[in-house]
Design a protein around this ligand. Structure first.
Ligand code: ARG
Length: 293
């Protein structure tokens, strides 16, 4: 714990007291991959235009700034070596879902990204992770899986197969809640929702319009006081945020969302990810979390 927890007095069946919802940072363990070979050479989501110029140096600078934010907040960051010919490898969130030492690898939908999965599998294996399973269903990892500390929220509709949801439940041994994505701009769950705090009463922020009607009802039921984002927040990929329970790293344009979060006691940390967004990515896409380590 980076910040000591505020003691809460447990009163059974009591109305939650204000301090039960106090925002607290916990130390996180992240895995990132530098965008040394970053480019937009193919288009597998509506954000990617292979004809638009991309500045790899600028992408590197933005990535380094993101990594420095995490280090300055006291988090641990490990890096996986980037590979030539894999321009999207910077989006490490897509390459594994890790909960309490159990690793479920990735299986990409597109041929262009498919080899990334093996590079990450090898990295985990070299790091000594023994509890490591490669999925049989299409599974783009934390792109479509968000761990609340209680539930694994699982997206499908564009990338991850619904079959990967039950596979994740079986391999990771955690309850999975399937959510349907309906807007191609928000092709991964992590472009439409992120977890703000993982405590006993987990909190999320999300953009309802990115989800099917039934999934919107599920989200309302699970998170009645979620932070609800609007289209301006979503259109800069503001929902691709990374929270440590208190500090919330967001793309610099997500000022409306930042204000809503401040109103809830969070501390937004805005950072420029404009170059990475040309590939449809933001802070979270560049950040795989090793949950529970
Ligand atoms: N160009 C990448 C793709 O379309 C971006 C991935 C973003 N990652 C994420 N976790 N949403 O696959």
């Amino acid at each position: 714990m980076r910040i000591m927890s505020v003691p809460t007095t447990a009163v059974p069946n009591a109305v939650p007291r204000a301090e039960d919802d106090a925002v607290l940072a916990t130390r996180r363990h992240y895995v990132m991959c530098p965008p040394e070979h970053f480019a937009v050479e193919y288009s597998i989501n509506p954000w990617m235009d292979p004809n638009a110029p991309v500045d790899t140096e600028l992408a590197m600078a933005q990535w380094r700034a993101l990594k420095d934010i995490y280090l300055n907040l006291g988090h641990t960051v490990e890096t996986v070596p980037p590979q030539p010919g894999l321009p999207d490898m910077v989006f490490s969130a897509n390459s594994a879902t890790v909960i309490e030492g159990k690793v479920l690898g990735a299986r990409f939908r597109s041929a262009e990204r498919a080899p990334e999965a093996e590079h990450f599998r090898r990295w985990f294996s070299t790091e000594g992770y023994r509890d490591l399973v490669m999925p049989s269903s299409i599974n783009e990892a934390e792109g479509d899986f968000a761990w609340t500390g209680q539930l694994l929220l699982a997206g499908s509709g564009f990338r991850t197969d619904p079959g990967a949801h039950s596979e994740a439940q079986e391999v990771l041994g955690v309850p999975v809640v399937s959510l349907g994505l309906t807007d191609p701009r928000y092709y991964h769950l992590d472009t439409a929702l992120f977890v703000l705090s993982k405590g006993p009463r987990p909190q999320v922020a999300y953009y309802p319009e990115a989800f099917s009607a039934g999934s919107q009802r599920v989200l309302r039921r699970l998170f009645p006081d979620a932070v609800i984002a609007d289209s301006a927040d979503a259109e800069c990929l503001g929902l691709n945020g990374v929270s440590d329970g208190k500090h919330v790293v967001l793309p610099s344009e997500a000022t409306g969302l930042a204000r809503s979060l401040e109103g809830r006691g969070y501390e937004p940390v805005l950072t420029d990810v404009s170059e990475l967004r040309k590939s449809g990515g933001g802070p979270k896409c560049c950040t795989m979390e090793l949950h529970g380590e």
